[in-house]
Ligand binder design. Structure first.
Ligand SMILES: C[S@@+](CC[C@H](N)C(=O)[O-])C[C@H]1O[C@@H](n2cnc3c(N)ncnc32)[C@H](O)[C@@H]1O
Length: 389
């Protein structure tokens, strides 16, 4: 990817980034001069009052650093609500638990659509790590009728008893911290950071035993060793994260949408520079070290890891498919055709192109639908990619 020139952030933002670096440097000093990439990422994204997701930067949507499907079109939320309906209707008091709700736009569109279809939810729970986004979600959802607003609850951990209904997460797994590694002379090195004077720099060291084992497991799985100089990532604590989410679902379905691949493609020999992607000023780039605290860092999702983690906890992997197929089978064309305002219909058609086109989001984004103690009807129209997992 070519080097990108960004506009210089304003002084307030620059001061904040300096403050983040100062605190980061103290943390590095407390850890014998080195932090793993995972710890670095966790700090610059999620450290309360300092991290990218903790502060008031605009982040998502128009004027932000990146855009997500719910920000592009309300039809995304309509489609998801339609796909959740058969499972939700099985329960007398169904609830939805959304993880990482961003601006609250997806929650708004889902709740609105279910309300229009006369589906009553017991609760719509939101598990959100970012204090700033929680406030934005509250403002977005305050536009819903009062009698619906009272059903929305913000949580710091999943509901203790577990809900009956659906768990959803759009573009959340890509934002979970990961380790980065490199192969040098047939050995694994772990990528991390240190400071040279006041400058934040990347520094490698011998990989920890836990990371080595995790990488060996991947190599066994994909049937080849990583080639020299290749760089990649791994979410070492993903299974623990999934276990924590699992506690929130007693019975029902879980839908994860994100950009990513099955493991063999994720760790394909053709991708020798990994799958990390950073976003700043609505541009994608590959430098995680610029403006700490002001930019987003993420990486594609290894959907085989999600499927394995779910399977180990007794879930059925019901579906793994391209986002375009998932949306296409969710009656959203019907929603467009029933729109009576011509201009709005044209706008909707433009928006769904972004969600459907293979080179935009249609194929790079995948949907994985899981079920837990809940029989759901198979979604016939969808091209199933589970054989790739
Ligand atoms: C890339 S944004 C996606 C937002 C939204 N789902 C959308 O599609 O617009 C990631 C979201 O996940 C949240 N998040 C990240 N890690 C989280 C975690 N461990 N638990 C809960 N929320 C998390 C972020 O604060 C943010 O709201």
């Amino acid at each position: 990817m070519r080097k990108i020139d960004f506009e210089k952030p304003d002084q307030e933002a620059l001061n904040h980034s300096m403050l983040v670096q100062e605190h980061l440097k103290n943390k590095v000093n407390d850890h014998q001069g080195w932090l793993s990439f995972y710890d670095f990422m966790n700090f610059v994204l999620y450290k309360p009052t300092l991290g990218y997701y903790s502060t008031g930067t605009h982040k998502i949507g128009l004027g932000g650093d990146f855009t997500t499907a719910p920000e592009i079109s309300k039809l995304f939320g309509v489609a998801i609500a339609n796909q959740l309906l058969p499972a939700i209707r099985k329960y007398k008091k169904p609830s939805i638990l959304e993880i990482g709700a961003g601006s609250g736009k997806l929650a708004f569109d889902i709740i609105n659509h279910l309300n229009n279809r006369n589906v009553e939810l017991d609760h719509y729970y939101i598990l959100e790590i970012s204090g700033d986004l929680k406030e934005r979600q509250k403002s977005t959802l305050s536009q819903l009728p009062k009698e619906i607003q009272v059903k929305i609850r913000w949580l710091d951990k999943v509901p203790e008893k577990g809900i009956e209904g659906a768990v959803i997460a759009n573009e959340v797994i890509d934002a979970l911290p990961f380790e980065r590694f490199k192969i040098i002379d047939n050995d694994i090195v772990q990528i991390g950071i240190t400071f040279k004077g006041s400058q934040l720099i990347e520094k490698e060291r011998a990989a920890s035993p836990a990371l080595r084992e995790a990488i060996k497991n991947i190599e066994n799985d994909i049937g080849r060793s990583f080639t020299s100089r290749s760089v990649s990532e791994i979410r070492v604590d993903f299974e623990d994260w999934f276990k924590s989410i699992n506690k929130g679902l007693k019975s029902g379905i879980a839908l994860f949408i994100d950009y990513g691949y099955a493991r063999k493609d994720y760790y394909s020999s053709e991708i020798d520079n990994g799958n990390m992607i950073c976003h700043f000023q609505n541009k994608a780039h590959l430098d995680p070290y610029i403006y700490p605290g002001l930019q987003d860092i993420s990486a594609s999702v290894d959907f085989s890891l999600l499927a394995d983690s779910a399977f180990n906890l007794g879930y059925q992997v019901e579906l793994y498919c391209h986002q375009a197929d998932f949306l296409m089978s969710a009656d959203i064309l019907e929603s467009i055709n029933s729109e009576t305002d011509d201009e709005e219909r044209i706008r909707m058609n433009q928006q769904i192109k972004q969600l459907f086109l293979p080179n935009i989001m249609g194929e790079s984004f995948k949907c994985m639908l899981l079920s837990k103690e809940c029989n759901i009807e198979h979604l016939e129209a969808v091209k199933d990619l589970r054989y790739m997992l």
